[in-house]
Design a protein around this ligand. Structure first.
Ligand SMILES: Cc1cc2nc3c(=O)[nH]c(=O)nc-3n(C[C@H](O)[C@H](O)[C@H](O)COP(=O)(O)OP(=O)(O)OC[C@H]3O[C@@H](n4cnc5c(N)ncnc54)[C@H](O)[C@@H]3O)c2cc1C
Length: 332
C-alpha cells in the first residue's frame, strides 16, 4: 500500500510541534516519491476531532489505531502495534520526531522489523533514482553523510526545530481512518503513578532573534556583554560548545549537534568559526550575520552579512549604538 508515514506523537492537548515540522518534509518529498502522506496516531479512545485538525496541514490520511491499552505511551506495546501496521500496510518511509518518546519508539520498531534507522537527520532529498536520501552529520560530525536505506520503510528521526512548521493548505482533502484494534500484545510496563515534572524549557526555544558567541570573544566578560545586546533586541543568547565547556555560559545555551537547533529570523554570531557541528543547529535561520577577524571562517562564508573585525570591539559599539537609537539619541 505504501505511504510516507509520520508518527503522530500526542501530548496532552495537541500533537507535538515536531509532527507539524515533519509534515513540511513529507509535503515536500512525498509527491516526488509518488507517496501519500499519512500520520499514524495511537490512543485509547477516539481522537477523530484532533486527527481532523491535521488534515488542514495537507495530510492525505490520519490513521488512528485505538485500544484501551494504548491510553499512555509504553514503548513495547506501541512498537508492537506499529510493527503490525507496517507489516500490513507497507509504508515506504516512516519518520519520527527525535523526542524522548520518538527516540524510545523508533529503534524498538526498527529492531522488531529488522530495519535500518537513521537518527537525527538534518535534511532529506530524493535522488535521481527516486530514493529518499537521509542526510546527517557523521564521522565525528565532520562530514554530511547521505544515507539510503536498503530496507523499507526507510526510517529516520529528526530533532524538533530542524524544519519549519507546515503551513495549512487552502483545501484540505484528506481522510481520517479509525481502526479499533480487537487485541494488542501485553505490555511489560505498568504505570503506578503519574507526576508532572516542571517543564524545563530551553532558553533558546522559539527565539526569533539569537545572538551567539564563540571563543573569538576571548573571555567570559566579553561574552557576558551578549546578554546586554540580547536584552536590547529581545533575543536569546546562544553559544558554541567550547565556550560552554569553558564555563562562560551554561550548556543549555549550546547550539549545534550536541545542543539546540534554532530557526530564528535573525542570528548574529560573534567570534564563531562556524564548524559544521555548530551550523547544523542554525540551518533554519533566515538571516545570518557573522563578525569575525578571519574573512575565511566558514560562518563568514555562510553569512548573509559578514563583518570582518574584532568582535570584542564591535559588540560594545553595537550595544552603544542600539541603546542610543532606543533612547532617541541617534548620534551615538
Ligand atoms: C562530536 C562533536 C560534537 C560537537 N558539537 C558541537 C555543538 O553542538 N556545537 C558547537 O558549537 N560545537 C560543537 N563541536 C565543536 C566544533 O567542532 C567546533 O570546535 C566549535 O563549534 C568551535 O567553536 P568556536 O567557533 O567558538 O571556536 P573556534 O573554532 O576556536 O573559533 C573561534 C573563531 O573566532 C575568530 N576570532 C578570534 N578572535 C576574534 C576576535 N577578536 N573577533 C572576532 N573573531 C575572532 C576566529 O577567527 C575563529 O573563527 C563539536 C565537536 C565534536 C567533535
Amino acid at each position: 500500500m505504501g505511504g510516507f508515514w509520520i508518527y503522530g506523537q500526542w501530548q496532552e492537548e495537541d500533537f507535538h510541534p515536531v509532527v507539524y515540522e515533519l509534515l513540511s518534509v513529507a509535503r515536500r518529498l512525498a509527491p516526488r516519491l509518488g507517496e501519500r502522506v499519512t500520520v499514524v496516531v495511537l490512543g485509547a479512545e477516539d481522537r477523530r476531532e484532533q486527527a481532523e485538525t491535521l488534515l488542514a496541514y495537507g495530510v492525505d490520511e490520519v490513521l488512528c489505531l485505538v485500544h484501551p491499552e494504548l491510553s499512555y505511551f509504553r514503548d513495547d506495546v506501541y512498537a508492537a502495534v506499529l510493527a503490525e501496521a507496517v507489516r500490513e500496510r507497507t509504508p515506504a518511509v516512516f519518520l519520527f520526531g527525535a523526542t524522548a518518546e520518538g527516540q524510545a519508539l523508533a529503534p524498538r520498531l526498527a529492531g522488531l522489523l529488522e530495519l535500518g534507522l537513521t537518527a537525527h537527520c538534518t535534511d532529506f532529498e530524493v535522488d535521481e533514482e527516486g530514493r529518499l536520501v537521509q542526510i546527517r552529520p557523521s564521522f565525528g560530525e565532520n562530514v554530511m553523510a547521505r544515507i539510503v536505506s536498503r530496507t523499507r520503510p526507510q526510517m529516520a528521526t529528526v530533532r524538533p526545530g530542524v524544519f519549519p512548521r507546515a503551513e495549512p493548505v487552502a483545501e484540505p482533502r484528506g481522510l481520517v481512518e479509525e481502526v479499533k484494534l480487537s487485541a494488542v500484545p501485553r505490555s511489560a510496563i505498568r504505570r503506578k503513578a503519574r507526576r508532572r515534572l516542571p517543564r524545563k524549557e530551553s532558553p533558546l526555544s522559539g527565539a526569533r532573534v539569537v545572538v551567539a558567541g564563540g571563543r573569538g570573544l576571548q573571555n567570559r566578560e566579553n561574552f557576558a556583554r551578549l546578554f546586554e545586546l540580547a536584552e536590547l533586541l529581545g533575543a536569546a543568547v546562544g553559544a558554541t560548545r567550547p565556550v560552554c565547556h569553558l564555563g562562560w555560559i551554561s550548556e543549555d545555551h549550546m547550539i549545534g549537534v550536541s545542543g539546540e537547533t534554532v530557526s530564528p529570523k535573525l542570528y548574529l554570531g560573534f567570534g564563531i568559526s562556524g564548524a559544521l557541528q555548530h551550523t547544523v543547529g542554525i540551518e533554519g535561520a533566515e538571516v545570518v550575520v557573522a563578525v569575525n577577524t578571519d574573512p575565511e571562517a566558514p560562518l563568514m562564508k555562510r553569512a548573509d552579512i559578514a563583518v570582518v573585525g574584532d568582535a570584542t570591539r564591535i559588540l560594545p559599539l553595537l550595544i552603544r549604538r542600539i541603546r542610543g537609537i532606543k533612547e532617541g539619541n541617534h548620534g551615538t
